[in-house]
Write a protein that binds this ligand. Structure first.
Ligand SMILES: Cc1cc2nc3c(=O)[nH]c(=O)nc-3n(C[C@H](O)[C@H](O)[C@H](O)COP(=O)(O)OP(=O)(O)OC[C@H]3O[C@@H](n4cnc5c(N)ncnc54)[C@H](O)[C@@H]3O)c2cc1C
Length: 485
């Protein structure tokens, strides 16, 4: 029996059901495919590619060390590549973990399913997350998820022979843009394990208090998200170790922090379930009553200023510039950036979300589009929250340290005024050697006026009968009882 084990968003050997079931017997060709079309999509970026390449190099090393084989890495059109492999190696079965991604990959999988059927190849897939795959039963969702996450990590022995494709291209042909590697997260299982250990041992101590500021969140959040996205480590493994750690610690606040962290692992699957149940949320408002609200008002100049971190709101600009350099930012700041784009700048989330997908190394469509819609008020079922970027600046960057680091034009401005440099008088500006409007932009919108306008517009829809009726259906379909988000 000749089989393919196809690594996709599960770049590990431990707790990888597809791999462990494949290697029980037969001849196995372990593969990874860089899909050319996928990496040309507007949501793809070098942040993703670099992370994957590093993860693959390590996976290849582990396969070498533990099984004396190599990973076969291909680049091109997935269907064409699989056609060739199946023919050349006379493949009977394919093993992979189910993926829950965007329309491009859903369509690809549908084509592959038909192709495999036509070739009499059996496609075995496994569920690496707590997602209900058949009929969604919201009353059972949490119980099912708990059963999944508390189940044993899978391990297994190999009783197979590994195959290697001699005709492989060198995947170093893949081009990535220059990114300063000193700022970005490294891919690979070793980094994932190091992060988990350091988080559980010490970094999580003040997780709850420190996660909201970009200054402290960088260290106090787990930073596991890209590793979860690409599967360097399984969600179960993280949950398992966290649970064990919680049982050994005495400090009440540390315990509370780890409980808060643990519940976020359930949110991860809860959001992916939403996309699985309703893939259209990648492209359309969850609540159709909001259709047409922003779509025709898109201001390209505002979009450009937001993308480049030149809005004239120092904290917003600092967060964007930090994200551009690092490929990560904490939850609160992601929410503020989206809220600012969707409300004060009145930009349609369908365009801003695609841009940010590129910047987030951890881009996970299920979480991403649900959160974009929540922070833009288009779900109808979540409370409307319009972040005040000036308040966030004073709260999360009290003495302006973050702003000064990421918006160096403002380096000379004293603590209090660095949050609102437009308040500097002409003489102050002269004295500090900066001209607002020239060296650093004046605010592109008036915060109070734009917030008020946005609030009126969004509430107009929210209180409409149409929005309320649709919201009821959405709640019935998507809410998972006993999860607070
Ligand atoms: C607009 C917006 C877009 C987002 N897009 C993504 C995305 O593409 N990919 C992504 O992984 N997260 C996304 N998030 C959620 C969250 O911001 C990140 O998961 C988190 O910042 C990652 O850092 P961390 O691993 O240190 O998180 P931690 O705080 O250490 O959390 C641990 C893990 O829990 C999960 N998690 C944490 N917060 C959430 C949440 N609110 N919803 C669902 N799962 C959560 C993630 O898997 C995360 O890695 C988005 C949030 C917003 C507001």
């Amino acid at each position: 029996m000749n089989k393919i084990v196809w690594f996709r968003y599960d770049l590990r050997l431990i707790d990888n059901d597809a791999f462990l079931n494949a290697i029980k017997n037969g001849n196995i060709l372990p593969i990874f495919i860089f899909d050319k079309g996928y990496f040309k999509l507007e949501v793809s970026s070098s942040f993703h590619l670099k992370f994957i390449i590093e993860s693959l190099k390590e996976l290849d090393n582990i396969l070498q060390k533990e099984f004396g084989t190599n990973l076969n890495i291909y680049y091109g059109d997935t269907l064409e590549i699989l056609k060739k492999i199946i023919e050349n190696f006379n493949i009977n079965e394919v093993f992979s973990n189910k993926i829950f991604k965007n329309k491009y990959l859903n369509d690809l999988d549908l084509n592959l399913k038909n192709f495999f059927i036509s070739k009499n190849v059996k496609w075995n897939f496994y569920n690496q997350f707590g997602i209900q795959l058949n009929h969604r039963e919201r009353y059972k969702w949490s119980a099912n998820w708990n059963k999944f996450i508390n189940s044993r990590l899978t391990t297994g022995k190999s009783n197979c022979k590994f195959l290697f494709d001699q005709k492989l291209d060198n995947f170093d042909i893949i081009e990535t843009n220059e990114i300063d590697s000193k700022f970005i997260q490294k891919g690979g299982r070793k980094h994932a394990l190091d992060l988990l250990d350091s988080f559980l041992d010490s970094r999580s101590e003040n997780y709850q208090q420190e996660m909201s500021s970009p200054l402290t969140g960088e260290k106090s959040c787990s930073r596991l998200s890209p590793h979860i996205t690409y599967g360097n480590i399984s969600l179960k493994e993280i949950y398992n170790k966290t649970k064990k750690k919680i049982n050994t610690i005495e400090s009440y606040s540390n315990k509370k922090s780890l409980l808060a962290f643990k519940s976020r692992l359930a949110w991860h699957c809860h959001f992916i379930q939403k996309l699985y149940d309703e893939p259209e949320i990648e492209f359309t408002n969850l609540n159709k009553a909001y259709d047409g609200l922003r779509e025709n008002d898109f201001n390209e100049d505002y979009f450009l200023a937001w993308k480049e971190g030149k809005t004239g709101f120092p904290f917003v600009d600092a967060c964007i510039r930090y994200l551009i350099k690092t490929g990560w930012i904490n939850f609160r700041m992601r929410a503020m950036l989206v809220s600012f784009a969707s409300y004060q700048l009145w930009l349609d989330w369908k365009k801003t979300s695609k841009h940010m997908a590129k910047l987030f190394t951890d881009y996970e469509p299920g979480i991403h589009y649900s959160q974009f819609q929540m922070q833009s008020g288009t779900t109808g079922i979540n409370s409307i929250r319009i972040y005040n970027p000036i308040k966030q600046s004073f709260d999360q960057d009290v003495d302006g340290k973050f702003i000064r680091k990421w918006v160096p034009e403002l380096r000379s401005i004293p603590d209090k005024l660095v949050h609102e440099p437009w308040k500097l008088t002409y003489l102050d500006q002269k004295g500090l050697g900066i001209e607002i409007g020239t060296d650093y932009p004046s605010p592109i919108v008036d915060n109070k006026i734009s917030t008020k306008l946005a609030k009126d517009k969004i509430w107009n829809v929210k209180k409409s009968t149409k929005s309320k009726i649709i919201s009821k259906d959405i709640l019935n379909k998507h809410a998972s009882l006993s999860l607070r988000r």
